[in-house]
Ligand binder design. Structure first.
Ligand code: DGP
Length: 208
């Protein structure tokens, strides 16, 4: 049996990642594809609770300490993720290590230092980048509630994301109608699934 695909959604805050990743899993499941939704940070774990406190500005942590907690939050899920992928489940992940590098380098931490703790994570097969300008994101409900939801920070983060893109990424205009975005992402996902079924590859590259 072919392994599942690792599909990641990235983007600035309020770009619609949660809506679109949820819809993608629903549609895949309805079509009989085994798919599971995941989200980072996973705020339900002990580490995730610490991250949540920081994001909601209830606790303070150094930029380095919070960076390592975000990475640890991904690592604590990795064994299960590998098991799911090996058993043929496609994982749809709302944010991943690209967010770690983008947000922390936007805060002027060194890129090599930022990437180091994530080295060895499974690399995604496809990344969907929901692109929204922070001026448009700022008009969406809830913007500004958490620590990073400031215009200047989001502009920096967006530029960092663009500097990380490779051929596995697709840029999706997050201002388009939600149904249209879903159709576009579903078409790209189905193409990736078909290619993978025809020529199954083992779990992809590791994060370097
Ligand atoms: P979300 O639950 O997707 O809205 O993410 C919460 C916030 O945390 C959001 O502003 C993006 C930020 N974030 C996500 N992952 C990381 C990470 O690995 N490192 C840093 N510094 N920030 C992250």
């Amino acid at each position: 049996m072919a392994r599942g695909l690792l599909i990641v959604f990235e983007g600035c805050d309020r770009s619609g990642k949660t809506t679109q990743s949820t819809r993608l899993v629903q549609t895949l499941n309805d079509a009989g594809v085994k798919a599971k939704l995941m989200k980072f940070p996973d705020r339900t774990t002990a580490i995730g609770t610490m991250i949540d406190g920081y994001l909601q500005q209830k606790t303070q942590l150094s930029d380095q300490a919070i960076h390592l907690l975000f990475s640890a939050n991904r690592w604590e899920a990795m064994d299960q993720m590998r098991a799911d992928l090996e058993s043929g489940t496609t994982l749809v992940v709302d944010r991943y290590a690209f967010s770690g590098a983008a947000f922390s380098t936007a805060k002027r931490l060194d890129l090599t230092w930022c990437k180091a703790p994530d080295v060895g994570l499974a690399m995604p097969d496809r990344v969907f980048f929901l692109d929204i300008h922070p001026d448009d994101a700022a008009k969406r409900a809830g913007f500004g509630e958490e620590i990073y939801e400031r215009r200047e920070m989001q502009i920096e983060v967006r530029a960092k994301f663009f500097s990380m893109m490779d051929k596995t990424w697709s840029i999706v205009d997050a201002l388009k109608d939600a149904d249209e975005i879903h159709r576009q992402i579903l078409a790209l996902t189905n193409r990736a699934l078909e290619r993978h079924r025809a020529d199954p590859a083992p779990i992809g590259r590791l994060w370097t």
